[in-house]
Design a protein around this ligand. Structure first.
Ligand SMILES: N[C@@H](CCC(=O)N[C@@H](CS)C(=O)NCC(=O)O)C(=O)O
Length: 337
């Protein structure tokens, strides 16, 4: 069903129309906006490197109709900063590499760098030390995933098999590589399941209203967004300010949709809820992270070093767990495509 155009879609659509030469008023009104923001902090002054930490945040709502006619505006950025360089004196926790015979030979992740769902998958791959290549998808053309019927990211191609949807991807990868380890225990306990569901049904929806909360945070986010990501030069320029303005308005709609009155408080509450769930344990999984730890960490990673993420760590008790997760996951297992 068609929805009315909003100021956000109009702003974005106009910018894109002038960039891509594109589209009738009708098509313009069908566009939907999705914003992604990504960052990376390796501490390396020379720029991003594979293996650095990344953050990103996306999530915008569809403002339009059928997917075949929708030209998404997604704004993807990347940044490298030194803020997250982990202190060497901090304790380093062990990763859990699976036995080599169960590790897939060829893993390719189609992603937006800042997408929380993509970061969730990456947290899993990084923690289990599964080498993977990344294909950064242009959110406007999506030409990198033209071959697939599935029009979202993440898509993970594992030895030629396409897996979609972050939680399903993690389930299927878990079945492949964790089977041996888990044969003697319940495949996934109820607590782990419950919190993984909470990430998808609650936590992710709190993120966008926070990173586009006001004009300065929206601009901060779009600084990230426009500094990297798979955009042409012209697209980058076109979406920078229009995107920040549009997202400011879209985030207001998202608040309504998800019944959020004070977005910052909602973020703090979510962080505190998670710490309560830990109930004094290092990780939800006990002495090692489980899939719920990886999911929470993955979706928070894109915002951690934005204003909202910094506030969250300052104002709640989540920082200690987050730092342990950072240390445990360590370098990414991403390899060059
Ligand atoms: N439930 C899916 C959600 C995936 C999703 O919504 N991805 C966004 C990017 S964060 C997307 O691809 N949106 C469609 C678009 O960009 O056109 C998952 O967990 O993987």
């Amino acid at each position: 069903m068609r929805k009315s155009p909003t100021l956000a879609s109009a702003l974005i659509s106009r910018s894109l129309a002038s960039v891509s030469g594109g589209g009738s008023a009708d098509a313009v009104h069908r566009r939907f906006l999705q914003v992604a923001l990504y960052g990376s902090s390796s501490g390396a002054a020379s720029g991003c490197r594979y293996g650095s930490r990344r953050w990103f945040t996306p999530l915008l709502d569809s403002l339009g109709g059928s997917s075949s006619r929708v030209a998404p505006l997604a704004l993807v950025g990347a940044f490298c900063a030194s803020a997250a360089a982990t202190s060497l004196s901090q304790e380093v926790y062990a990763k859990e590499p699976p036995p080599p015979e169960v590790v897939p030979k060829d893993v390719v992740l189609y992603q937006y760098e800042a997408c929380p769902f993509c970061n969730k998958v990456k947290a899993f791959l990084d923690y289990y030390d599964i080498p993977y290549k990344v294909v950064e998808v242009n959110p406007l053309s999506k030409k990198e995933i033209k071959w697939s019927d599935y029009k979202k990211v993440p898509i993970l191609v594992v030895d030629g098999e396409q897996l979609v949807d972050s939680s399903d991807i993690i389930d299927k990868m878990g079945e492949k590589i964790l089977q041996e380890r888990r044969t003697n225990v319940k495949l996934e306990d109820d607590e782990e399941k419950k919190w993984r569901r909470w990430v998808d049904s609650h936590l992710v929806h709190v993120l966008s209203p926070n990173i586009y909360r006001n004009t300065s945070e929206a601009l901060e986010s779009f600084d990230y967004i426009t500094s990297n990501g798979n955009f042409s030069f012209t697209e980058r320029i076109a979406v920078k300010y229009a995107g920040a303005a549009a997202m400011y308005f879209v985030s207001k709609n998202l608040k309504k949709k998800y019944n959020i009155t004070d977005e910052r408080q909602a973020l703090y509450d979510a962080a505190e809820t998670w710490v309560d769930a830990l109930n004094g344990r290092e990780f939800l999984g006990g002495s090692k992270p489980n899939l719920a730890d990886l999911a929470v960490f993955g979706v928070l990673r894109p915002i951690r070093y934005l204003r909202s993420g910094r506030d969250m760590v300052e104002q709640t008790r989540i920082g200690e767990w987050y730092t342990k997760m950072e240390n445990t996951i360590g370098d990414s297992s991403r390899i060059k495509a």
